[in-house]
Design a protein around this ligand. Structure first.
Ligand SMILES: NC(=O)c1ccc[n+]([C@@H]2O[C@H](COP(=O)([O-])OP(=O)(O)OC[C@H]3O[C@@H](n4cnc5c(N)ncnc54)[C@H](O)[C@@H]3O)[C@@H](O)[C@H]2O)c1
Ligand SMILES: [Zn+2]
Length: 364
């Protein structure tokens, strides 16, 4: 049942994010409602396909759609141009026509990769996002950023390609590993911190319920985050301005991920640690008051992140920061919290402060 519908307002390309529980039987009728073509390409990964592909396929076939399926190995390493090319080859061999629609059934990796394929195959075909991880339901499936990694940088090759709609059935989350729930929570925390003091309070009072995926709590959180992302994207689709605020915690987070060769830490874990470090920088710069800082750190400490940070060298993290996409000239760009629910873009953070914040992370 669809319980929430949030619009991403982008003029002619406005689209809804549907969320709720037990939604699979309504999927194909919703595709019909959106005039989706009969020819479909369902792209998923093995983990998701083994758990969740069949019910969706059955529903589509029942409503006379013609879905082809492509099932990929799971994992971030698949998000590359070679994998995209192997999908192009399959689509071309099967003569998949231009009026087809790609359905991305999976987490952020499948969403970004299948979305990139949809954005570029025959100069772009339609896309539906069916996110199955918490991270993808609150963040990556909304907003149209699609792409693949390059050996010289993550997400460096990509496009903006908005979906026809996003289908966030929170029932999918029940099969996630606890570590993936924590990763998704990293982005949830970010939304509270950057824009929503009430969501932050909700996290303070309902953390255990959220992490154990209690239905009402998770639906509330998912819908709030989707609404914030929709609002930010509607204001700044191509990240020329305010969309940068979604990178809170990500400057240091990306440094940690890179220094750990993308294996030691998962993205959401790195973002949680990044928000701790960036909050401490904000506090030291007198941008963030002590009470808010204490609340941020207290909530972060309650989240069981199991990353082995001690294996990282501070110098590797600092070097990695120098490679960040968000650099302006020689300076690093930070999105720092200046209260609960408020952030500020800051380009002149003292290097010694950054060093100290990263060192402190390693100590904890
Ligand atoms: N496009 C954007 O705006 C945006 C934003 C944030 C992150 N991202 C990207 O998202 C990616 C991370 O996404 P992710 O954390 O969802 O990773 P992921 O897609 O790799 O999924 C994590 C793991 O969970 C498995 N999985 C997925 N759904 C499942 C389910 N319902 N039950 C059981 N297992 C399931 C997957 O097979 C995988 O092993 C990164 O590549 C990141 O760059 C993109
Ligand atoms: Zn992120």
């Amino acid at each position: 049942m669809i319980q929430r519908q949030i619009e991403v307002a982008l003029g002619e390309r406005t689209y809804p994010v549907y969320s709720g529980t037990d939604m699979v039987s309504s999927f194909a009728p919703m595709c019909r409602q959106h005039d989706v073509s009969d020819s479909l390409v369902l792209i998923s990964d093995r983990n998701v396909a083994s758990l969740h592909l069949q019910p969706l396929l059955r529903n589509l076939v029942h409503y006379k759609f013609q879905p082809r399926t492509i099932v990929l190995p799971p994992g971030e390493t698949q998000k590359n141009i070679y994998r995209a090319n192997s999908i192009f080859t399959e689509l071309l061999k099967k003569k998949v026509p231009r009026n087809s629609t790609v359905i991305a059934l999976g987490g952020g990796v499948v969403g970004d990769l299948a979305g990139f394929v949809a954005a570029t195959y025959q100069r772009g075909i339609a896309l539906i996002q069916v996110p199955t991880t918490l991270l993808a339901q609150v963040d990556s499936s909304i907003g149209g950023k699609v792409g693949v990694n390059h050996p010289l940088g993550k997400n460096m090759i990509g496009a903006f390609h908005q979906p026809v709609f996003v289908w966030a059935d929170t029932d999918y989350l029940a099969t996630l590993k606890p570590r993936e729930v924590i990763c998704g929570f990293g982005e949830v925390f970010k939304y509270g911190l950057i824009k929503d003091a009430r969501l932050f309070e909700f996290m303070e009072s309902h953390l255990e319920k959220i992490l154990s995926l209690e239905q009402d709590a998770i639906l509330h959180v998912q819908a709030r985050c989707a609404a914030i992302k929709a609002e930010v994207v509607a204001q700044d689709e191509k990240e020329a301005g305010i969309r940068i605020i979604l990178n809170c915690g990500h400057t240091i987070g990306h440094g940690l991920e890179f220094a750990g060769h993308y294996t030691l830490l998962k993205h959401g874990e790195a973002v949680l640690l990044g928000m701790a470090a960036e909050s401490s920088i904000a506090h030291e710069m007198n941008l963030l008051d002590s009470d808010s800082y204490r609340r941020i750190m207290a909530l972060l400490r309650r989240i069981p992140v199991k990353a082995k940070l001690k294996k990282l060298a501070v110098s590797d993290v600092l070097n990695a920061l120098g490679r960040d996409k968000k650099r302006v000239g020689t300076k690093l760009r930070f999105v720092l919290p200046v209260g609960i629910g408020k952030v500020k873009v800051v380009d002149d953070v003292n290097t010694a402060l950054i060093q100290k914040a990263v060192k402190n992370l390693m100590k904890d």
